[in-house]
Design a protein around this ligand. Structure first.
Ligand code: ZN
Ligand code: FE
Ligand code: FE
Ligand code: ZN
Length: 268
């Protein structure tokens, strides 16, 4: 069974291109059997007038996004199309997020950390802040948030689990302790970890999570999903041969398939 691609964006978020149909067509051309859209949820933690239309879809687009996935599903029979969403974890705003999630029939919710102490650390517009940042502290804060997000029970999957390495800024200290704590927290919470190939397209130059992190997750029997984080149709299934290699290297022979928030482990 080919790996599913559960992390696909759409033009609705304001920084991806291509129609949803084009993403499906590329998936079919790549021989994928299962995909899921996971576009950026509206920025629910901010007042409407402070939301950036180039970071996430506006509120009014969410019902249309859901409808369009449902339509695509009925017009394509050769591929499973799941309805997902990528949602930021913002401590203190759990209830607002829960209310949005409950309103729609999502197959899964990807939980992401894109902000540490209000800093959009993965946004190139704010990259200058790395210069004045204690990287050891940043990594600690990032992984603590990830653990908290896993335990919040809001999410099915923790997305790009070491996104903090995106621009290649790495702390001096050993990360294995943070990996270990995080793997334990994720295992305890019963959520999946995403193997996300977008890291290959960034200065970090490696899949999220790092190989060491994935090995530790395997030890704690953390289930994994796969995703390209495609923001262009030709990125669907991007780097999946590398993902397969990495999963196999860490001892995985199954990945998680999800429908209606119910998981199944399937050989790849
Ligand atoms: Zn995006
Ligand atoms: Fe993300
Ligand atoms: Fe994404
Ligand atoms: Zn993402």
């Amino acid at each position: 069974m080919p790996l599913p691609d559960y992390h696909i964006h759409t033009a609705r978020c304001g920084h991806a291109t291509g129609s949803m149909k084009e993403y499906v067509e590329h998936a079919l051309a790549r021989g994928l059997k299962e995909i899921g859209f996971a576009d950026h949820i509206p920025m629910y933690w901010l007042d409407e007038n402070r939301r950036d239309p180039e970071l996430a879809m506006p509120d009014a687009e969410l019902p249309r996004y859901v409808e369009e996935v449902e339509k695509l599903r009925s017009s394509y029979r050769g591929i499973n199309i799941r309805l997902g969403i990528e949602a930021d974890y913002i401590p203190g705003c759990e209830e607002q997020l829960q209310r949005i999630i409950q309103r729609y029939p999502f197959d899964y919710v990807l939980g992401s950390i894109h902000y540490v102490n209000g800093w959009g650390f993965d946004n190139p517009a704010y990259i200058h802040r790395y210069k004045e940042t204690d990287l050891d502290q940043l990594y600690r804060d990032y992984f603590l948030l990830l653990q908290q997000a896993a335990q919040s029970r809001l999410f099915d999957i923790m997305a790009h689990p070491d996104l903090v390495k995106k621009f290649g800024f790495r702390p001096r200290g050993d990360l294995r302790r943070l990996y270990l704590e995080t793997a334990k927290a994720v295992a305890r919470a019963g959520v999946c970890l995403e193997v996300n190939t977008a890291g290959l397209r960034t200065p970090a130059g490696e899949i999220y999570p790092a190989p060491d992190f994935l090995h530790i997750c395997k030890k704690f029997a953390v289930p994994v999903t796969t995703g390209s984080d495609a923001h262009k149709p030709d990125q669907v299934g991007f780097g999946f041969d590398r993902a397969t290699e990495m999963l196999t290297g860490a001892g995985y022979d199954k990945v998680t398939h999800i429908k209606a928030r119910q998981t199944t482990q399937i050989f790849f």
